[in-house]
Write a protein of this length. Structure first.
Length: 138
């Protein structure tokens, strides 16, 4: 069995954003040379997320509004975590959206459903963060 590891780096200029990283993950699969296996894609920061869903701008706005209703950023004083910080809401949003995804590799390609895309979700941006891509297989 072979393995491959790569870090993707992001520096999102806004507090929150959703970035389609499907092409970057697919490029990793091609670089790995693995034809049959699994790829793990996970956010290496506790205020960011990796998830799979549709690449539709209206849906992304819905996610942002829904998450902000569930875990509003302000007032920051509502969170015990925010003693000297202001990102408790980002931790909660990450918990909801998830840390990682695992996708099958079949015939050297990501084996995604018809509308599925891989996204990086940022909930406390404005600094460099990374996503781990780990591929195992043959």
């Amino acid at each position: 069995m072979k393995s491959y590891r790569k870090e993707l780096w992001f520096n999102i200029p806004t507090r929150r954003a959703f970035v389609n990283i499907t092409h970057e993950v697919d490029r990793c699969v091609k670089e790995s040379g693995i034809k049959e296996g699994l790829v793990l894609v996970n956010a290496m920061h506790i205020t960011a997320s990796v998830f799979i869903n549709d690449d539709e701008p209206g849906l992304h706005r819905d996610f942002d509004e829904w998450l902000e209703k569930l875990a509003p950023h302000e007032p920051v004083s509502q969170y015990r975590h925010n003693v000297g910080e202001d990102n408790a809401d980002a931790h909660l949003k990450r918990q909801i959206m998830g840390r990682e995804v695992v996708v099958a590799i079949t015939g050297g390609n990501l084996d995604l459903g018809p509308w599925e895309q891989i996204f990086y979700g940022e909930f406390d941006g404005r600094r460099p963060k990374r996503v781990l891509v780990k591929i195992i297989g043959e």
